[in-house]
Design a protein around this ligand. Structure first.
Ligand SMILES: *Cc1c(COP(=O)(O)O)cnc(C)c1O
Length: 445
């Protein structure tokens, strides 16, 4: 007889071996509903993906219990021999995959990783250049409501009005005038490649640190489907849960030595690598999440596999096929297309807001996010754009043919925003399409 649910209540302590469904049916039910949603809808959010079962298993493992403040070989807790091996494994895999001299795998996520970068390289009120959010930048690259905009002086750079790509000439002029100490290269809604070499030249000329934030594209870089900024940059930061398909977390890559140490940090006792490590712990964080580091190691093993190269390349091909199909249906895309895994629909000349369209698409089973477009006349809370991304659907095994179908679904919904019957019928078509593919990491229940 299965009396595990009774035991959970009757005898304190015994619940530790009961399944989630018995211990907490409420959370269990929410999990099952989320699984159901993810299995039957199209996950087109550019920052999301499906981590593999192995990655999820490591994330949910007993490594979650271990405290290991410090770094391998220099911990503040006993019993860390095994997690030392684990963290070193993740570090070595990361260094090898990206060709970097140093790696830190402890940041809790992308934003904490970027905080550590600021702390390691700058003093408060130093000048920082970054791409503003409406142009595709991230909150942490010097946005007014973020610590990066309140504790540092922000100098925005922008896009070329015609091409909507980064205007490197004007960036150079602004940088020369403003003399920032750090320049960010990277974004959260920028569908083109970055010219790392051009940025490095500007940074070098001005004694500025060049930091790439590859949160979105780290998987593409690992797959060889996007250029690697590591050779050009002082520091590279990333999340681990987007295109690289790992657990929720972050990492930082850097050179060992700081080429401006004598200029900006003459009294510093440590080199760049040590300063990054010390910024993460003990300056900003406490104990590392060893379960997440275990899962990162697994994801890096997967990313080093040749099949991941095909995955990265297919992700880009899918984004380009989706872009092409939408262009053919008369839609405007920011920059007119994509080089990576995302595209941004510019809906400024359509009647509804990006938010309203995203909500309609969600009713039809197409999960996206609304997004600012360059020159957006609408409030950031509603916007005039929608961002689409292919990492998750590519992880399900979809290819160009499915992207044509998806473009048809999107077009149908956006064209007839009031037709609820049509939305319901698209919802069924979407579910049928998804049913033909396997969703990584989601168990059959
Ligand atoms: C997602 C993202 C981050 C932040 O990651 P969180 O894990 O959400 O804190 C930082 N930078 C860029 C460019 C991103 O896209």
């Amino acid at each position: 007889m299965d009396n595990s649910a009774d035991l959970a209540v009757a005898q304190p302590g015994t619940y530790v071996r009961s399944p989630l469904s018995a211990v907490d049916p409420t959370v269990y039910e929410l999990l099952v509903r989320q699984e159901q949603q993810e299995r039957t809808t199209l996950k087109l959010i550019a920052s999301e993906n499906f981590a593999s079962s192995a990655v999820l298993e490591a994330t949910g493992s007993i490594f979650t219990n271990k405290y290991a403040e410090g770094y391998p070989g220099a911990r503040y807790y006993a019993g860390t021999e095994i997690v030392d091996e684990l963290e070193n494994l993740a570090i070595e895999r990361l260094k090898k995959l990206f060709g970097s001299e140093h790696a830190n795998v402890q940041p809790y996520s992308g934003s904490p990783a970027n905080q550590a970068v600021y702390r390691a390289l700058l003093k408060p009120c130093d000048k920082v250049m970054g791409l503003p959010i409406p142009q595709g930048g991230h909150l942490t690259h010097g946005w007014a409501i973020n610590f990066s905009g309140t504790d540092y002086r922000r100098v925005p750079y922008g896009l070329h009005e015609k091409t909507q790509e980064i205007d490197y000439d004007s960036l150079r002029d602004t940088a020369k005038r403003e003399r920032p100490r750090l320049i960010w290269v990277g974004g959260t809604a920028y569908p083109r490649m970055f010219d790392y070499a051009a940025m490095a030249e500007i940074a070098l000329e001005l004694n500025a640190y060049l930091v790439a934030d590859i949160a979105h594209i780290s998987g593409l870089i690992a797959a060889g489907a996007h250029p690697n900024p590591v050779p050009h940059c002082d520091v590279v930061s990333s999340t681990s849960h987007k295109s690289i398909r790992g657990p929720r977390g972050g990492f930082i890559l850097s050179r060992n030595e700081d080429r401006y140490q004598t200029v900006y940090h003459p009294k510093a006792k440590y080199n760049l690598a040590r300063r990054i490590d010390r910024a993460v712990f003990p300056h900003l964080q406490g104990g590392p999440h060893m379960n997440v580091i275990a899962a990162l190691a697994v994801a890096l093993q997967e990313a080093a596999n040749p099949s991941f190269r095909s995955y990265g390349q297919q992700t880009v091909k899918n984004a380009q096929a989706l872009a092409q199909a939408l262009l053919e249906r008369g839609y405007d895309l920011v920059t007119g297309g994509t080089d990576n895994h995302m595209l941004i629909l510019d809906l400024r000349n359509r009647p509804l807001s990006g938010k309203a369209y995203a909500e309609l698409l969600a009713k039809a089973g197409i999960i996206t996010n609304f997004n600012m477009v360059p020159g957006d006349p609408r409030d950031p809370a509603v916007t005039s754009g929608i961002r689409l991304g292919t990492p998750a659907v590519t992880s399900m095994g979809m290819r160009e043919a499915q992207m044509m179908q998806v473009a048809g679904f999107i077009d149908a919904v956006l064209r007839r925003p009031d037709d609820e019957d049509l939305h319901a019928s698209v919802r069924r078509d979407v579910a049928d399409l998804c049913a033909a593919f396997e969703v990584p990491g989601i168990a059959d229940r």
